[in-house]
Design a protein around this ligand. Structure first.
Ligand code: SF4
Length: 274
């Protein structure tokens, strides 16, 4: 989708107004803004596979059912396609979050996207709808992506954790360890040209880094040979509208990479991957 430069500024201004008009979002800095009511249409869409083109309800045979309960990380990484990966995630009991979730949130967007957006974990509304990045943070993300010519129908969106931490608390290390094979396999199967890590947890999980978000934003990284750009989480932008323009600039860097004129930027490999 082509968006003229003047229109991009207008979209950015609307995004800023959306953030300015937002009341306090959820308590966690990571997951998308939580609102209690889940639209019936979105709910029905999530149950049918959302907009992801990844159908829910792939047959969970005995082998996949075992993976959902006690599968090893290596076994999760060998699941051959997204429908079966989703089926295992939908039934997953590999960490304690399965006890408190309403439903897992696997992904949204298109499986053949050139851009993969990775956030932290579902919030309250995501938990209710089964879709990532809905509510005000999701609207803000959509506007920012649109401002650089990337609608939601042109990206693949998911989180590090597929299930909501109670009260939107931060993910625990053991939860990230158990759930990250789903994300890593999503990355392999979608095979995007560029990855965007929204927020500290996504960036640190993918890069194996303990650096601050501010430092990680300063350069383009390499993840498995593909550029990875780190930026702020949309939920954080709702509380700090001054971070919207820097985020937009990060997304413009993604646009430049996609357009083939950002390859000259210095890129760094994840720690320990060389
Ligand atoms: S958060 Fe991930 S590992 Fe934990 S139950 Fe949900 S899908 Fe399974």
């Amino acid at each position: 989708m082509f968006v003229a430069p003047g229109d991009r500024e207008e979209i950015l201004e609307r995004a800023v107004r959306l953030a300015d008009s937002s009341s306090s979002p959820e308590g966690s800095p990571g997951p998308a803004a939580a609102t209690p009511d889940a639209p019936a249409a979105a709910n029905a869409g999530a149950m049918a596979g959302g907009k992801s083109g990844i159908p829910a309800g792939a047959h969970l045979d005995a082998g996949l059912e075992r993976l959902a309960r006690v599968g090893s990380q290596a076994e999760i990484l060998e699941i051959p396609d997204l429908p079966r990966l989703r089926a295992v995630a939908d039934a997953c009991q590999r960490c304690q979050l399965h006890e408190t979730r309403t439903r897992p949130v696997f992904a949204d967007g298109t499986p053949d996207a050139r851009v993969m957006c990775v956030g932290e974990a579902p919030g309250q509304r995501e938990d209710a709808t089964g879709l990532p990045f809905v509510g005000r943070a999701g609207q803000l993300l959509d506007r920012l992506l649109t401002a650089v010519g990337l609608g939601r129908d042109r990206v693949f969106i998911c989180n590090v954790l597929k299930c909501r931490p109670p009260g939107n608390r931060n993910p625990l290390p053991e939860e990230i360890e158990q759930c990250s094979p789903f994300l890593l396999r999503q990355l392999e199967l979608v095979d995007p040209a560029v990855v965007i890590a929204f927020g500290t947890f996504a960036a640190r999980t993918l890069l194996g880094s303990t650096e601050s978000l501010g430092r990680l934003r300063q350069r383009t990284h390499l993840y498995e040979g593909r550029p990875l750009v780190v930026t702020y989480h949309p939920a954080a932008l709702l509380r700090n509208p001054g971070w919207i323009r820097p985020t937009w600039e990060d997304l413009q860097r993604v646009r430049s990479i996609l357009d083939g004129d950002g390859q000259e930027e210095s890129m760094e490999h994840p720690e320990g991957s060389r």
